[in-house]
Ligand binder design. Structure first.
Ligand code: P6P
Length: 337
């Protein structure tokens, strides 16, 4: 593949040629997601200049105040994906129920789950935020609207997963199960250009990422792991550095490229943790596994967890394979120091 000016669209078309039976619907769907990402990126980069900051007054399904950019990003995703004739249903972190495709629009054979703007509490302090998406093939008959069964599929059934990080530059990172590829938005042409082909995460890193203010509420195995990780190697510890932005996509992206482990475990108050399975844990787990890493809830592989509701939470420990396996040994009580 000649990598000169390898745009996302060209990359998708060249990937599509590998599948003779491909209809182009999948390429069209990912192009629609890329369009929404450009629209959101433009708005996020102007956030400080518009009165778009501050709360929109409405609340999302978790009772959290919705920032105006949250609402904007959600609308951008829904509007960009609704007309393309590629989906039969959608799920968004911002909508309690499944989002159907209106009868007047053509329906397709895919479903898409997304978090339109994760890390929104960081919007008005100019910290990187992101969009996360996950695509499945529907499993119910194609002549009817999409159903819950089409959405509540285990993560290992994903056809595609990706995220967009709105940071010092806007990057779209995705996998279809044939490696992980990163594209940087060139605002000159408005194109995503291949900048990080075939991303592989280091098998071991020097970074752990966790919100240690929750330490006292964590189970002993997690406490033991964090205590070990920060202890110097001369004291038989992990000698790791703490890096935590508090924006999942930003923390994940840094660790994917540099190596390390991100932990958002459950605690006594929220045993299933804060992060959601369908549109946060599953897509990032697919990506990190494709990059050679690992993703678990501390005991099970994330991609094997059977979903039973749209906004189900899960503890999430993911990143470099060796680091995640070490964390699992502590969490499962196989190791105490
Ligand atoms: P805490 C942002 O609100 C988010 O959903 C993720 O982006 C981030 O990883 C996590 O919550 C941060 O949560 O409890 O550390 O503030």
């Amino acid at each position: 593949m000649n990598s000169f000016m390898m745009t996302l669209n060209r990359h998708l078309v060249e990937q599509e040629r590998l599948y003779p039976q491909a209809t182009g619907a999948f390429t069209s769907l990912l192009s629609d997601i890329a369009l929404a990402a450009k629209v959101i990126s433009h708005q996020v980069n102007k956030a400080g200049l518009l009165d778009i900051l501050g709360l929109a007054g409405s609340r999302n399904v978790f009772g959290e105040e919705q920032q105006k950019l949250d609402v904007f990003a959600n609308e951008a995703m829904i509007r960009s994906l609704r007309f393309g004739g590629t989906l039969c249903a959608m799920v968004s972190e911002e909508d309690e129920e499944l989002i159907p495709i209106p009868d007047e629009f053509p329906r397709g054979k895919y479903v898409c789950c997304f978090d339109p703007l994760d890390g929104s509490s960081n919007i008005d302090v100019n910290v990187s935020i992101g969009t996360i998406f996950s695509i499945y093939r529907r499993i119910t008959p194609e002549d009817a609207p999409g159903k819950l069964e089409d959405i509540l599929q285990p993560g290992y059934s994903q056809l595609c997963a990706g995220y967009v990080v709105y940071g010092s530059s806007t990057m779209l990172v995705y996998t279809t199960g044939a490696g992980v590829h990163g594209f940087t938005l060139d605002p000159t042409y408005g194109s995503f250009v291949l900048s990080h082909p075939k991303i592989k995460t280091p098998s071991k890193g020097k970074i752990y990422s966790a919100n240690e203010s929750n330490y006292d509420d964590w189970e002993p195995g997690v406490q033991n792991y964090i205590r070990w990780a920060k202890k110097s190697t001369s004291a038989n510890g992990g000698g790791m550095n703490s890096r935590y932005i508090g924006s999942l996509v930003a923390d994940f992206h840094r660790n994917l490229l540099k190596g390390g482990v991100f932990l958002y475990p459950g605690d006594h108050t929220n045993p299933q943790g804060k992060l959601r399975l369908l549109y946060e844990a599953n897509p990032l787990a697919f990506i990190v596994e494709q990059a050679g890493g690992k993703a678990t809830d501390g005991r099970r592989r994330i991609l094997d967890i059977p979903p039973d509701n749209l906004h189900q939470h899960t503890p999430l420990i993911l990143g470099s394979k060796d680091d995640v396996e070490t964390a699992m040994e502590f969490i499962q009580g196989k190791r105490k120091s």
